[in-house]
Ligand binder design. Structure first.
Ligand code: SIN
Ligand code: MN
Length: 200
């Protein structure tokens, strides 16, 4: 398996073969039936274009009070455990004994995007964030550890795994758009992105 490096991000192109992608999607389906996708509001009061939920001890949440991790789904239940097939991927690319506290699940429909941002709601930024892409292609943009400057983009396709760690842990990144219906993995189309995070 070959690893590409772009601005400090490790990109494992095609790490998950189709059978593994199916297994992860099946596990995500179980999580979503226990903790349904919802559409959070940004602190500025705008609904985000992605739909999301989480698995793990903590889930990522946003509303007018700000970005944060919460111990419960907005419906009131605890988040389901992170499925084993997903933890295995974390283990394979990081080699860490420490397991992630949160698996954030983002679903991008046809018009969804995610603006350039840093992942900085975690207490200890020395742990990497691992991102898993499934379904439709997404145009991933990578900037710099501070706002502004040049950016580079690449298409993330189903089965790609990205490790954002080390000096690049605070590098700005986002998804400009997806190529709707470019993959047949998800029957209704769209793109799933899972990010595994150590939170506390
Ligand atoms: C994220 O930065 O939280 C998601 C990135 C992606 O969808 O690939
Ligand atoms: Mn992010």
């Amino acid at each position: 398996m070959s690893c590409l490096e772009l601005r400090g991000f490790e990109i494992w192109k095609g790490m998950l073969d189709p059978a593994r992608q199916e297994a992860v999607v099946a596990a995500v389906r179980d999580v979503v039936s226990a903790a349904p996708l919802f559409r959070p509001e940004t602190p500025y009061g705008r609904p985000m274009s992605v739909r999301m939920t989480s698995a793990g001890r903590l889930g990522w949440y946003s509303d007018r009070r700000g970005y944060r991790y919460a111990p419960r789904h907005p419906g009131g239940a605890e988040w389901p455990a992170i499925p084993e097939v997903i933890l295995t991927i974390w283990q394979e690319v990081t080699g860490l004994e420490r397991q992630p506290d949160c698996c954030l699940i983002n679903w991008y429909g046809e018009d969804a995007r995610m603006g350039l941002h840093q992942d900085r709601d975690e207490a200890d930024l020395s742990w990497p964030v691992v991102s898993i892409s499934l379904g439709d292609d997404g145009l991933f943009r990578i900037g710099n550890p501070t706002r502004g400057g040049s950016t580079e983009s690449l298409w993330l396709t189903s089965g790609d795994v990205v490790v954002m760690g080390g000096a690049a842990r605070l590098t700005y990144h986002g998804i400009d758009r997806i190529r709707f219906r470019s993959s047949r993995l998800l029957p209704k189309g769209g793109r799933l992105n899972l990010t595994l995070r150590v939170v506390t």
